[in-house]
Design a protein. Sequence first.
Length: 188
Amino acid sequence: MSHSHVIDYVVLSKIPNDLNGTMILDVAMGKGWWGFLIRTEKGGSPLLVGVDISKEYVLKQRNLKIYDMLILSDVRYLPIKQGAFDFILACEIIEHLTKEEGMAFLKDIEDVGSKIIVTTPKGFWETRDLKGYERHISGWEIKEFKERNYEITVVSDLSKILRLVDRIRRLFFRLPKPLKEIVAYKQT
């Protein structure tokens, strides 16, 4: 799973600075970037749970010890009980699901979390599937999140350096021009 650093500030601004006693679920944690940022940029000692479909990522995170608990699971079948978490991060995952699966996924995370943060490219962004689960299957629009009562922030302002990096990345991976990133936030 990829991580777009242009959304870091916006996502972190939605998370309080003192996380003592807070339970956070990082769905599709990938390389653990959000766990790392929470541990280094926020105060307190939250219980941080990571979920990923990749055994490789789960094993790597076990060695790094950023997360308090790790779950190897497909996000379409989260083994989490209702109302279990204060925060749910679902960053750069929903576009890897069909629209129907994505809507069911949103309902599932809304059931298990008090505050939800979802990020996704705005619209459809075609990608290659390097590991068997990384291909984008659906595109998401602001309207779809607003209909579910999410607050929306659209991130699109790239610095000169990031624009250069993005051009190189697009050339290398033959990706289209960058799409805007949606950061959707909801309190249930």
